[in-house]
Design a protein around this ligand. Structure first.
Ligand SMILES: NC(=O)c1ccc[n+]([C@@H]2O[C@H](COP(=O)([O-])OP(=O)(O)OC[C@H]3O[C@@H](n4cnc5c(N)ncnc54)[C@H](OP(=O)(O)O)[C@@H]3O)[C@@H](O)[C@H]2O)c1
Length: 366
């Protein structure tokens, strides 16, 4: 069965793979683009990722504008979609609360309003931290009564990106419940490259981590032996997203897309370092101390680490029962993570500045 879909964030990392998956399976897809003149480049990329570019059509818009800034004709086009996939976000560290809210919270609500007004299922991408209830409590999010949360204080503790992803999660659910509209939310772990090609764009958190390791900036492992950075491959993620989006029984439900056997951070850095042919850091540094050190002017820039990114390294284990049931239902399995990480590193090596890479033969990185 092929249906029409509307995608926001289609030019981003996850969005490109989603477009490839949707169009390879015959779905005509409308993509919201702030710069529709880039559609040919996007089509070429989707073709390289295994999709069918002929099924992709751009509509001009921006989620920070009322009604996404869509023309009447484009609103008509997207109204034929069976699902709105909402992925667009300002995904960067250092955002002010105002910047993050304008796109990640108000923008998400605009997409939700448009979907609800046309009685179309909304598939929203959240983030796995929303299911870390200990973390939510520690940063002041009231999970039972989210409207009691003092959001400016939460933003102050975790930064613009994470604060806005959490706020938008609760705001969209509340809105969709008020108007009786259908939504489904997928919460990805940190996304790693494609399990076959290793494809991951520069600037993605995992690509930055690999780059920092390759450039010898990791002097110690943040956290303890219990700390981990949960991962999910981009191909598993987009398959899970499409399965739940078209599954009527997933209306008003949420699911984690996370590989629970992701090794702890030290072992993961060890695997990445082996592929990079460098020494892995062995000693640990407490995350609190690292955050404190990063306040020193210039250090965060020199080490290319943002204190905001450190919140995603944690000790929480998650209840994966719902995800596992869905995996059985959809016959979906995580790819081999060690191999996926190796491919991801190889892909990142393709855009590393060669002369600076620190190898075991070239410890100074010259
Ligand atoms: N990647 C991860 O590790 C990860 C983990 C958990 C959750 N997520 C979530 O997954 C989603 C996709 O992440 P990603 O890694 O694919 O992000 P990404 O590569 O940074 O892509 C972001 C996308 O959002 C679009 N966008 C930004 N501002 C917009 C606006 N005002 N109006 C319309 N489009 C706008 C960008 O379009 P332009 O081309 O115009 O810039 C781009 O297509 C996000 O919601 C993110 O929070 C990602």
């Amino acid at each position: 069965m092929s249906v029409e879909c509307f995608v926001t964030g289609g030019s981003g990392f996850v969005g490109q793979h989603l477009l490839a998956h949707l169009t390879a399976t015959g779905h005509k897809t409308w993509v919201l683009m702030r710069n529709p003149e880039n559609i040919e480049r996007l089509k070429e990329q989707v073709g390289r990722l295994g999709g069918n570019p002929a099924y992709i059509h751009a509509v001009e818009g921006d989620i920070s504008r009322e009604e996404l800034g869509l023309s009447e004709a484009d609103k008509q086009c997207v109204s034929s979609a069976a699902v709105f996939f909402h992925l667009a976000a300002q995904f960067t560290w250092g955002l002010t609360m105002e910047q993050a809210r304008a796109v990640n919270v108000q923008g998400a609500l605009r997409v939700a309003r448009l979907a609800a007004s046309q009685d179309i299922r909304l598939l929203m991408v959240g983030g796995y931290m929303v299911q870390n209830l200990t973390h939510l409590a520690s940063i002041g999010v009231d999970n039972e009564c989210p409207e009691n949360t003092n959001w400016p204080e939460v933003y102050g503790r975790v930064g613009g990106y994470e604060g806005s992803k959490l706020e938008s999660h609760f705001a969209v659910i509340r809105y969709m419940q008020e108007v009786g509209a259908d939504y489904t939310i997928v919460h990805p772990a940190t996304v790693c490259g494609h399990s076959e090609s290793g494809h991951i764009p520069e600037g993605q958190p995992l690509a930055d981590l690999i780059r920092n390791l390759a450039l010898g900036r990791f002097k110690a492992v943040p956290g303890s032996a219990r700390h981990w950075l949960p991962l999910v491959s981009v191909d598993y993620l987009v398959k899970m997203m499409t399965c739940v989006a078209f599954d009527p029984s997933m209306a008003n439900r949420q699911v984690l897309a996370l590989y629970e056997n992701t090794p702890n951070l030290q072992a993961m850095l060890g695997q990445l370092a082996k592929t990079l042919d460098i020494k892995a850091p062995r000693h640990h540094v407490p995350i609190g101390l690292l955050k404190w050190l990063l306040v020193i002017p210039g250090l965060a820039t020199r080490l290319s680490i943002s204190a905001e990114s450190l919140n995603f390294i944690q000790t929480q284990r998650f209840d994966m029962n719902d995800s596992q049931q869905l995996e059985r239902k959809y016959q979906l399995a995580h790819p081999d993570m060690a191999r996926t990480l190796e491919k991801t590193v190889r892909h990142v090596q393709g855009y590393l500045p060669n002369r600076q890479v620190q190898t075991s033969q070239n410890p100074a990185g010259r």
